[in-house]
Write a protein that binds this ligand. Structure first.
Ligand SMILES: [Zn+2]
Ligand SMILES: [Zn+2]
Length: 374
């Protein structure tokens, strides 16, 4: 995991699932840089975990130390039947009660993938107050999730004081999904305290968000979760959220945000948002492979990383001519398209991811292009 993180170009990676006792044993085997930062080789980790409350909302916690993880684990275990078996425990507490515990433990705390329809803040509530009650002012950040970017969140004014995070939410074992979204931060120090000061707007800032185009997310538009037919909001309402096939129409993030939007013109000034997909996905598209994990895709990925340093460098910074010299012009041109936002997207919905193809690509290939099941 450490080596993979370095090749991705990630300076600081969330451990994920740190409340889980077995995963915590793995964390304890890392080198301890400070109370809050652990390392393996060059790769540094900070303690993070997700918790589901009884209203089916997922929350992200960042911990100041392993002893604080242990402390919250003990408190939460009284309200959870799966804390020892599930990486993301479910607790019989409200968002307000969990926010208080997080505050008392000294954690950084905020809603995870805030807009997704099933297990998120705005999937189940209309406001921060509805979810967090009197602790709604103690929320430190908002995780945008894969189906939204800052321009979506800006439409809801109560979010304007929060730092927006574009995180990967990569619980799966596939390394190529690490850093499918990331944040470029100007941090006063690489530590829990550094992050805390950033979230409190005291020192440091997020200078860039990078992530999937929101249309790529699997809940972007309203669509049937059985047959994936897409519907406009008006059509879905007229049909009482029932598809002609009989299946339920799941309200998309885009429509949900329009429903909640209270901003007509004044937008918040947010860092630039660069829309990208993982390098292995780009390579797979360029060479015409349906999977991003084939031997050939891996070999090309390795050759780029060996020559240019890491994945973030290749995707965001390296001169395109250098990329073309190493792996040819098809991959170089595709990376250019992504950097310039010159891609055509068929939006996702109903639980199925969208598909992305470069504008110049022949339409007949469109049906074969898909980001897979994540
Ligand atoms: Zn979650
Ligand atoms: Zn249907």
């Amino acid at each position: 995991m450490g080596v993979q993180g370095e090749k991705k170009g990630i300076d600081l990676l969330g451990t994920g699932d740190c409340l889980h006792p077995c995963w915590r044993k793995n964390i304890e085997e890392l080198d301890e840089e400070s109370e809050s930062i652990f390392s393996k080789g060059e790769m540094k980790f900070i303690l993070t975990g997700e918790v589901e409350t009884k209203d089916r909302v997922h929350h992200l916690l960042i911990f100041p130390s392993l002893s604080k993880v242990e402390e919250l684990y003990v408190r939460l275990s009284h309200f959870s039947s799966n804390i020892d078996s599930d990486g993301r425990p479910r607790v019989e507490l409200s968002g307000e009660e969990l926010a208080l515990m997080a505050k008392e433990t000294g954690c950084l705390f905020g809603p995870a993938h805030a807009f997704t329809p099933y297990t998120a803040l705005y999937g189940n509530h209309d406001s921060l107050f509805s979810a967090y009650g009197k602790y709604s002012k103690d929320i430190h950040f908002l995780e945008l999730g894969l189906s939204a970017d800052s321009s979506y969140a800006n439409k809801i004014s109560e979010l304007h004081d929060l730092v927006y995070l574009s995180n990967s939410d990569a619980h799966s074992p596939f390394p190529y999904r690490l850093a499918r979204e990331f944040n470029t931060m100007d941090l006063h120090e690489l530590s829990f305290e550094g992050l805390k000061k950033l979230f409190q707007h005291k020192k440091g800032e997020v200078v860039r968000n990078v992530g999937l185009p929101p249309e790529e997310g699997k809940y972007n538009e309203s669509a049937c979760s059985s047959c994936y037919t897409h519907y406009s909001f008006e059509e879905a309402v007229a049909r009482d959220w029932r598809c002609s096939c009989g299946g339920p129409i799941k309200k998309g993030v885009k429509d949900r945000i329009e429903e909640l939007s209270d901003i007509s013109k004044s937008a918040k000034d947010t860092p630039p948002y660069l829309h990208l997909i993982p390098l292995q996905e780009i390579i797979a598209k360029a060479v015409g492979h349906s999977s991003p994990t084939t031997k050939k895709v891996n070999e090309i990925w390795e050759s780029l990383i060996d020559s240019l340093g890491d994945e973030v460098e290749v995707l965001c910074e390296s001169p395109i001519e250098e990329i073309k010299e190493i792996v040819g012009s098809d991959i170089g041109d595709l990376i250019t398209d992504f950097r310039k936002g010159n891609v055509e997207i068929r939006p996702g919905g109903g639980g199925r991811y969208g598909s992305i193809l470069p504008k110049k690509e022949n339409k007949s290939k469109a049906g074969q292009s898909s980001l897979g099941d994540f």
